[in-house]
Ligand binder design. Structure first.
Ligand code: ATP
Length: 255
């Protein structure tokens, strides 16, 4: 498989806090990568830095062979990157359809439009004219993913797929995600639910204290191994990205 995204030595900070500390990883075309890790591990900052919503302090982000590290976020959308942010961030007073249309205004050419999004995510069809702010959490998450699809991305980054959703809503959102995977989409999913993440992903990357501590095909690691990496209990070899040595005192650079 060809690498669609290549991140090398990426560093991102919040003031003096090093949230992402030299992360290197690749995402192949058609791959579903689950990005897991404890609260504060740096997952959201990594996704936001890749999407251009947060500035990289060091390192490079290469999409489809082009270095996009210094490109503004909206230009990255034009190159085929879309982020579904944590907390959905829909326009609450606009309808579902209006939220979709706003995202589609400067879309790249491609398969996704209001009708194809509603076909792919049937739970949204009866909600088309409903205010986004009136939807349940699961419905909003589906609408948020649909909105990102409207840009016709080559790579979709979804932050906290199921956070805060009722189990039935998680199932509904994962039906949407499964439909994308079956359609050959390239996805990076940040997911707190390890079992769920490992059931849909080809690859699992675990972050700890801003670093990648595990990067392996989902089929080659057990849930226990990922859990150990999650808590920094022991190291698991990576397949594609260099592993940084976890710090003995990982919080020492924090403010
Ligand atoms: P979570 O699952 O809690 O969202 P995460 O793995 O996505 O965690 P980040 O949200 O990227 O991690 O946070 C990484 C570190 O950066 C944490 O220590 C967090 O407190 C800090 N951080 C995140 N956003 C900001 C911000 N806007 N200002 C200051 N520090 C921040």
């Amino acid at each position: 498989m060809t690498d669609l995204l290549r991140i090398s030595g990426l560093v991102a900070r919040h003031g003096l806090l090093h949230a992402v500390r030299g992360v290197s990883l690749t995402v192949a075309e058609g791959e579903t990568l689950a990005l897991v890790g404890a609260n504060g591990a740096g997952k959201s900052t990594l996704l936001r830095t890749v999407a251009g919503a947060h500035a990289a302090a060091e390192g490079a982000v290469v999409l489809g062979g082009d270095d996009i590290t210094r490109l503004a976020a909206h230009r990255r959308v034009g190159r085929g990157l879309a982020l579904v942010p944590e907390g959905r961030k829909l326009f609450p007073d606009m309808t579902v359809e209006e939220n979709l249309l706003v995202a589609g205004r400067r879309a790249r050419p491609g398969q996704w439009n209001v009708d194809t999004v509603l076909d792919a995510f049937p739970l949204l069809r009866p909600l088309r004219d409903k205010r986004a702010g009136s939807l349940s959490g699961g419905q909003q998450q589906a609408a948020s993913i649909g909105r990102a699809l409207m840009t016709n991305p080559r790579l979709l980054l979804i932050d906290e797929v199921s956070l805060g959703l009722a189990p039935v809503a998680v199932d509904a959102v994962y039906e949407c995600v499964d439909a994308l995977i079956r359609g050959g989409a390239t996805l990076v999913l940040v997911e707190q639910d390890l079992s769920r993440a490992m059931s849909v992903a080809n690859r699992v990357v675990c972050m700890l204290e801003g670093r990648v501590v595990l990067d392996a095909p989902a089929a080659d690691v057990t849930r226990d191994q990922v859990t150990d990496a999650y808590f920094g209990l022991h190291r698991v070899p990576t397949t594609s990205a260099p592993v940084d040595t976890p710090q003995t005192h990982p919080t020492s650079e924090r403010t």
